[in-house]
Design a binder for this molecule. Structure first.
Ligand SMILES: Nc1ncnc2c1ncn2[C@@H]1O[C@H](COP(=O)(O)OP(=O)(O)O)[C@@H](O)[C@H]1O
Ligand SMILES: [Mg+2]
Length: 399
């Protein structure tokens, strides 16, 4: 990006919605991964002037965004300099430098979601404390800083040990069943959470705009791999209407209590007892909303722009029941990526393939997803099982 270019007017907090379409308005995204890539599509439809910062020169957005800057979004000066050249900064990843974002906010740059919310959410200890302070049901936990402290809380087992920051897709989460497994845990700051007896795992995406308007997508049902990462989801979740309504109420309550502007993905546990517990939240578009691109009136990505630019929110309604299957790197392959079976998948009706453009694969790396639309739930689930085996993410280089 050219540092000498003057910033277009409109960065002040008196910005009104219409201005986005009436004058040059630059938007910066911290992170250029697959979420950034999917945010680009509706932004192109609206001619938004996007600028993306990511440390990886081969990040998915590097090829699809002409204003792509290679730089570390967790570095204070890099974020400050990047942000000073745009009118609004948003994120597609939580691990960003929130001190720089707070400074930018002070200088009149809009930052959505707000820096203090990102700061709270990116630390699982602070997140859990927020639920306690606000009477939001969550699994019991203790803060631990080392394996020795896990051992002191043996009465909590079976439990999940989670590192405080930087974990994702199940990395940074370890189940500890008995005292003899304590050494599997992390010798690092984090939480130890009582294991919940799960009936289902759910997610609700809620959007809240600048004016406090708030809407929820239908709860979806998440099915996990053994590695604690999402294998596929079904939308809507097969749960009683009362539980679906409660899940949406909880999601709205958290969004309103945080005062977030943007998207909030709320992961919930439905216990065997029927009780809903909040697992964790993410202040951005989320894997559990990817079906919305093909299955909902307004995708979560368009909704994100609507929320942070202060537009009216779009309908989150499902056009049809859907499943979304994550395409992850197959075990045993590391190196330049190849997609075996993609043609066969594309032969299927009402199946939509999304590839993220990552150049190399490794086991369980998220490389793409596909969405299946089908009005019959049993057929949908059967299709998930059949199609999952059709396509695989491999490489000609093996481990
Ligand atoms: N307290 C718990 N009880 C039962 N399962 C859990 C618990 N905590 C985590 N899990 C399992 O591990 C998965 C990943 O945990 P999570 O905290 O969501 O980490 P990540 O940040 O990697 O998504 C959850 O979706 C769930 O399947
Ligand atoms: Mg999670």
């Amino acid at each position: 990006m050219n540092n000498t270019q003057p910033l277009p007017e409109g960065g002040s907090s008196s910005q009104t919605t219409d201005d986005y379409f009436k004058q040059p308005f630059k938007i910066g995204i911290l992170g250029g991964g697959q979420l950034g890539q999917m945010l680009l599509r509706p932004a192109i439809s609206w001619n938004l002037d996007l600028h993306i910062l990511d440390p990886d020169p081969n990040a998915p957005c590097s090829k699809s965004c002409s204003n792509f800057t290679v730089g570390n979004f967790s570095d204070y000066n890099t974020v400050l300099n990047f942000g000073r050249q745009v009118n609004l900064v948003t994120i597609e990843i939580e691990g960003v430098n929130t001190e720089a974002l707070a400074q930018l906010e002070q200088e009149g740059v809009k930052v959505y979601p707000q820096p203090q919310i990102i700061e709270l959410i990116k630390d699982k200890r602070k997140q859990k404390q927020f639920y306690l302070d606000n009477n939001i049901a969550t699994s019991d936990f203790v803060v631990v800083n080392s394996l020795a402290e896990i051992a002191e809380n043996e009465h909590f087992l079976p439990a999940f040990n989670k590192i405080a920051t930087g974990g994702f897709d199940g990395r940074g989460v370890q189940k500890i069943n008995t005292a003899s497994e304590i050494n599997l845990g992390f010798d690092a700051p984090g939480v130890l959470e009582k294991a919940v007896e799960l009936e289902k795992e759910l997610s609700v995406i809620v959007a809240r705009n600048v004016n406090g308007e708030c809407i929820c997508y239908d709860p979806v049902e998440l099915v996990y791999h053994e590695q604690n990462m999402v294998d596929y989801l079904i939308a809507p979740a097969d749960i009683p209407a009362m539980i679906a309504a409660d899940a949406q109420e909880i999601a709205k309550e958290i969004a309103n209590k945080l005062g977030i502007v943007g998207l909030l993905a709320v992961e919930l546990f439905l216990e065997k007892s029927g009780r809903l517990l909040v697992n964790e939240v993410a202040p951005r578009p989320h894997n559990s909303g990817h079906h919305s691109i093909d299955a909902c009136i307004t995708s979560q990505f368009e909704q994100h722009w609507r929320a942070i630019l202060g537009f009216p929110l779009g309908s989150p309604a499902l056009k049809q029941e859907a499943a979304m299957v994550n395409l992850v790197g197959a075990e045993g392959f590391n190196g330049p990526v190849m997609y075996a079976g993609a043609t066969e998948l594309l032969e299927e009706k009402n199946v939509f393939l999304h590839l993220y453009g990552k150049t190399s694969t490794r086991p369980y790396r998220k490389m793409g997803h596909f969405t299946i639309l089908d009005s019959d739930r049993d057929r949908l689930i059967a299709k998930v099982q059949r199609l999952k085996n059709k396509i695989s993410v491999i490489s000609n280089t093996t481990d």
